[in-house]
Design a protein around this ligand. Structure first.
Ligand code: GAP
Length: 457
């Protein structure tokens, strides 16, 4: 099988989100929610490949931040919990966005802090005075809807960590510094959701609260900004598409001493947008955690660790790297997307997702060269059945091997394993690399070790 020449076009280059939206629907990554009923605005369902892919992003985050570290625990706190949590955290009073509405023709709503005009950007009508709008979703617990039974859907995962601080520190016998990680759904009644899954009402977050001695928080803050930026790069995001944005002191959240966003150059709006925020939430007394102090005040329980050397209780400072799982997944897809011209004369092109192997939905695809040759099918199925016990794979067959390869390129499968007639004689298969399209012959008995080496990241 000949290897086609690859054009010089740079990797990436997605300048139009609609192409990715179309690919996501066509290949089962993301569907509009409730499409049967005409859809539900800015709400999405993850399809078979999207679910595998999103889980891989989550797993890569857990691996890097929990599995490979000595100083981290992970929890999974309930979504619906005591409303007192949200009173103590300040969300009931202050999780507000300034809302303005067009008083002209279109009646569109905007966040006042996201537009710099006094006229409606859509129809030019005049705008209402801003009013504060609490973006927490409310629900009720039990059959009676009254003030006593209000509960909130969580707008961040962080509070589930703060209220479990003493449980985790005690049961896991932790001393400072240590972190608690959590991956969970969050909900915000956003005034301006949009740009596909960039900003949605329901999304997933991957958050860490890293507890440390007051006074060491500034070093830990720098450490986590570097660490988190490096994570995106290790998983393939190009450096030129990342930058840091430091929040001005007078714009910081009430709990934050310092906040830096890791931003990505998105193909919409002004380009740069927040990918992850790292905040030093140590604005409590004596440079300790603002949130732990609030929960101490409201619950009457001590939220400290006991320092055996100094024989005193310490309320830690805390640094919070807060990433969006669904937003990170979108970012990896945007950065990986490429339309490549393989041969300009014959107009031979392919769409390829250069996803990092750790994130790709399928690690490789096993293919018989011809689907109507029972010996080839039997051998290919045998390889597939053996290796699927170790990795998430796929199997495909058809009459045009080139088309089958393109199908896998488009969903980011890093390798294809093809069984041909020669395989029946020499027990070797052709392994084709998604990015270089180079092919090499590997003995079937060596495949597991070969992939172990390539996919062990
Ligand atoms: N606990 C702090 C916190 O929640 P945030 O900056 O509001 O901080 C952290 O959110 C990350 O969550 C953001 O950087 C973004 O990736 C993601 N995120 C926030 N709101 C989102 C939304 N409406 N849709 C999708 N992702 C969102």
């Amino acid at each position: 099988m000949a290897t086609p020449a690859v054009s010089e076009s740079p990797v990436g280059g997605l300048d139009d989100l609609q192409k990715l939206v179309a690919l996501c629907k066509r290949r089962g990554f993301v569907f509009a929610s409730a499409e049967l009923y005409g859809g539900f605005a800015n709400t999405y369902d993850y399809g078979p490949l999207g679910t595998l892919f999103k889980n891989n992003v989550r797993d890569a985050w857990i691996r890097s931040n929990v599995q490979l570290r000595d100083d981290m625990e992970i929890i999974d706190a309930a979504l619906i919990t005591s409303p007192r949590v949200w009173v103590a955290s300040g969300h009931v009073e202050a999780f507000n966005d300034p809302l303005v509405q067009c008083l002209g023709e279109c009646k569109n709503r905007y966040r006042a802090d996201q537009i710099d005009t006094t006229k409606c950007p859509n129809c030019g009508g005049s705008l209402s005075e801003p009013r504060m709008f609490n973006t927490m979703f409310k629900t009720q617990v039990g059959p009676v809807a009254d003030e006593e039974n209000i509960a909130y859907l969580p707008p961040e995962t962080a509070q589930g960590i703060f209220v479990n601080f003493a449980n985790v520190a005690g049961t896991m016998r932790r001393r400072l510094p240590f972190g608690i990680a959590q991956v969970r759904k969050s909900f915000r009644n956003e005034i301006t959701p949009g740009n596909f899954v960039f900003r949605t009402l329901e999304f997933e977050q991957m958050e860490i609260e890293y507890f440390c001695e007051p006074g060491t928080d500034e070093q830990w803050f720098d450490y986590w900004v570097n660490e988190r930026e490096a994570w995106y790069k290790r998983l393939g995001i190009r450096e030129t598409n990342l930058r840091r944005y430091e929040h001005a002191q007078d714009k910081l959240s009430h709990y934050s001493k310092r906040t830096i966003d890791i931003e990505y150059r998105f193909p919409f709006g002004d380009g740069w947008g927040e990918l992850e925020g790292i905040a030093n939430r140590s604005k409590g007394p004596a440079g300790s955690s603002w949130d732990l102090n609030q929960h101490e005040q409201h619950s009457g329980q001590r939220l400290t660790v006991f320092d055996e050397d100094r024989k005193q209780h310490v309320r830690p400072a805390v640094v919070e790297p807060a990433a969006g799982l669904t937003r990170a997944a979108l970012t990896f897809l945007i950065d990986a997307y490429e339309e490549q011209t393989l041969d300009a004369q014959t107009n031979d092109t392919r769409t390829v997702l250069h996803l990092h192997p750790a994130l790709a939905p399928y690690k490789f695809c096993v293919l018989p060269l011809y689907r109507n040759k029972p010996d080839l099918v039997k051998m290919a199925r045998g390889i597939y059945e053996d290796l699927r016990r170790r990795w998430m794979l796929t199997y495909d067959s058809g009459s045009n091997i080139g088309k089958l390869y393109r199908r896998q390129d488009e969903i980011g499968t890093p390798y294809c394993v093809t069984v041909d007639f020669q395989s029946l004689d020499d027990r070797q298969v052709t392994v084709r690399d998604r990015d270089s399209m180079q092919q090499e012959r590997i003995a079937i008995d060596d495949l597991r070790a070969w992939f172990e080496d390539k996919l062990n990241v």
